[in-house]
Write a new protein. Structure first.
Ligand code: FMN
Length: 271
């Protein structure tokens, strides 16, 4: 019998006495075994299934029940061209947007002031949109579909706002590719819970040793090939390029440094 302990081992590369008596089935097994999919068959996703999955997205919890997000189903081939590549060719492409416009508009309609153009609202709209996307993903994966979030859309955020007609107060947090997987994909090993889950007090005193061991476990399963190593022109290609080497390389250069300026122009003063 495959148990939850087997899935735990695959997820973390750690042999722990956790979930040994639980059969690997149902929602928990589906979540532990999940992976992003970037290759799809040509088989379409029916409108009925898509509508069900969008209803699952809308079933996510939302801060104060404000429901501050919008989802654009991107079907127009011209819009698909904006993303290009394999992402643009996905059978379904959704744009999950943070949306504070709806409440601002409703405030006008109901004759109330809107006194929440601040960083807290920015955070709330992003969290709402992200939770909706994750609800969609889990529902889609349980139906056998594969998904991949695409934050790269924010590299061309102004072009997307233009092509999707996103007004002030509405901006993409992530695209989402969806389709029937054409390959099994693979489980991306996660950081050990000892680095992520804290009991009562935050404690990262063992971070370096924990991450060194994680880098080695990950490398043994799938070494990061030179073409996937970040910024090799600056740091060189390595035989052993661990997760922490690659992620810190990535963050050694600013990503999307103009985002705040974009938000300021697009209806968020971020006070
Ligand atoms: C907000 C968000 C944005 C992402 N953006 C991209 C992206 O632009 N391109 C891509 O190939 N994968 C993207 N991903 C997928 C991650 O690379 C992936 O989730 C991570 O490597 C872990 O792999 P797994 O989902 O298979 O467990 C994104 C994931 C999230 C949550």
């Amino acid at each position: 019998m495959t148990t939850i302990a087997d899935l735990y081992k695959a997820r973390f590369g750690l042999d722990k006495d956790i979930g040994q008596d639980m059969k690997a089935e149902g929602t928990v097994a589906g979540i532990l075994n999940r992976r992003s999919h970037r290759r799809y068959t040509d088989e379409p996703v029916s409108n009925d299934l898509l509508d069900v999955l969008l209803a699952c997205a809308q079933s996510a919890p939302a801060k104060s029940d404000l429901q501050q997000y919008s989802i654009i189903v991107v079907e127009d081939p011209k819009a698909r061209e904006v993303i290009g590549g394999w992402e643009g060719a996905a059978p379904v492409f959704l744009m999950f947007c943070a949306d504070s416009r709806r409440q601002r508009k409703l405030a006008k309609i109901r004759g109330h002031d809107f006194e929440n153009d601040n960083v807290d609202t920015f955070m709330n709209v992003c969290v709402d949109a992200a939770l909706a996307m994750q609800s969609f993903i889990l529902a889609a994966e349980s139906a056998g579909l594969g998904c991949c979030p695409i934050s790269q859309v924010r590299n061309r955020i102004e072009a997307w706002c233009e092509v999707l007609g996103l007004p002030e107060g509405v901006f993409p947090i992530s695209g989402l590719c969806v389709g029937w997987p054409s390959t099994p994909g693979f489980i991306s090993m996660r950081l050990p819970p000892s680095t992520v889950v804290h009991r009562d007090r935050y404690d990262d005193s063992n971070l370096e040793a924990d991450v060194d061991a994680y880098d080695k476990r990950r490398h043994a399963i799938y070494a990061i090939p030179p073409e996937k190593q970040r910024l090799t022109e600056r740091y060189g290609a390595l035989d052993f390029c661990g997760w922490s080497e690659n992620t810190t390389r990535q963050l050694s250069e600013p990503e999307r440094a103009g985002f705040k300026a974009f938000l300021n122009k697009h209806g968020f003063s971020l006070k």
